[in-house]
Design a protein around this ligand. Structure first.
Ligand code: MRU
Length: 333
């Protein structure tokens, strides 16, 4: 660990990922919560490998990592077109990856400065989303979240977890159910670790326990992040989110998606067109044939609200989400 053991509380953005003169440094998320170890990457290809192997993960963090990888490539004198290509190919579903590369390619010469600014802006979006999301919680709510949409996934603060944190500070949320998130356990390894560090009461549940908890009246809302939100509001997120959405609708429980506008993809009209990453079957079983889609799509009609830094968006989503991408405030609140 380059900077010593991490202090309790929310994670500092530079402890999650940062650009140094000749390297990009990540807190290696594959080793958490047991080990707090940093991974240093010295080329765009190494950053792409860190993204592909989930050393850094979560849609906004993937975008920030790609921006840092591109800026590093420029500093090292690498071929920038090749660097962009290898970074863009590292994971297919989170649109933040291509969004961040576009941001860097379209701007001026100070790539390192712009990549660091993009990181700061993404964290700032999370803080603003959390403030908007307060209006969604009844005092004392018990929320269920899936995967990890915390500081680790967003370069700091968190999208879904940031909203839960702010609501907990205001005594609007009193308990968080954490879906373990098979097969790579982002919930039980990463979200539980983050909640413990902040001090938010929580309990890990098997993914398959969610419906029965809902039936017993122990879940007041479901709050998740997103990897790509299509123009119509259909949302790709970690596999299992769709199942939660169907179960939540059956039990009359709202499902909220909290994600920055960098996750909204206006070029993808609906969920059908979102590329879904398929990962190695060995993540599920070493012995038998396996199918391992990493994400699923929740149709917009099952989402009670989408929160971006521009406010709370309600159905029909198309106009409101397009406005968010243009930097316009959401009309509903
Ligand atoms: O495969 P991962 O761990 O990168 O998947 C991450 C998720 O599905 C998150 O919920 C999503 O990126 C939102 S992160 C703010």
């Amino acid at each position: 660990m380059g900077r010593g053991h991490l202090a309790p509380g929310g994670l500092a953005p530079e402890d999650i990922l940062r650009l140094e003169d000749d390297r990009v440094v990540f807190l290696d998320q594959r080793l958490l919560p047991e080990h707090e170890v940093e991974l240093a990457c010295h080329s765009a290809a190494e950053v792409a490998e860190a993204i592909r192997t989930l050393a850094v993960r979560g849609a906004p963090s993937i975008g920030i990592a790609a921006a840092y990888g591109y800026a590093l490539a420029a500093a090292q004198g690498e071929d920038l077109a090749a660097a962009a290509e290898v970074l863009a190919a590292s994971r297919p579903t989170a649109v933040n990856l291509t969004w961040a590369l576009e941001q860097l390619r379209e701007g001026g010469d100070d790539l390192a400065g712009r990549a660091r600014a993009l990181h700061r802006e993404e964290v700032d979006r999370c803080v603003r989303m959390a403030e908007h999301a307060l209006s969604l919680f009844e005092p004392g709510a018990r929320a269920l979240t899936h995967c990890n949409a915390g500081g680790l996934a967003t370069g700091g603060y968190g999208s879904a977890v940031g909203a839960l944190r702010r609501a907990w500070e205001q005594e609007l949320v009193r308990h968080v159910w954490v879906g373990e998130t098979r097969p790579l356990l982002q919930g039980s390894r990463l979200t539980a670790w983050e909640l413990e560090r902040i001090g938010i009461p929580h309990a890990v549940i098997a993914d398959s326990a969610a419906a029965s908890l809902m039936a017993r009246g122990e879940v007041d809302c479901v709050v998740t992040g997103a990897d790509r939100i299509a123009a119509n509001g259909d949302t790709a997120n970690k596999i299992g989110t769709y199942s939660l959405a169907v179960n939540a609708r059956h039990h009359g429980i709202p499902l909220y998606v909290v994600a920055p506008s960098s996750t909204v993809d206006l070029h993808t009209p609906s969920g059908e067109a979102i590329p879904i990453e398929e990962r190695a079957g060995a993540e599920l079983t070493e012995r038998f044939p396996a199918l391992n889609p990493a994400f699923d799509v929740t149709p917009a009609e099952l989402i009670a609200a989408i929160v971006t830094e521009q406010g709370v968006h309600r159905e029909p989503y198309a106009e409101s989400l397009a406005g968010a991408r243009r930097g316009e405030r959401a009309r509903t609140a």
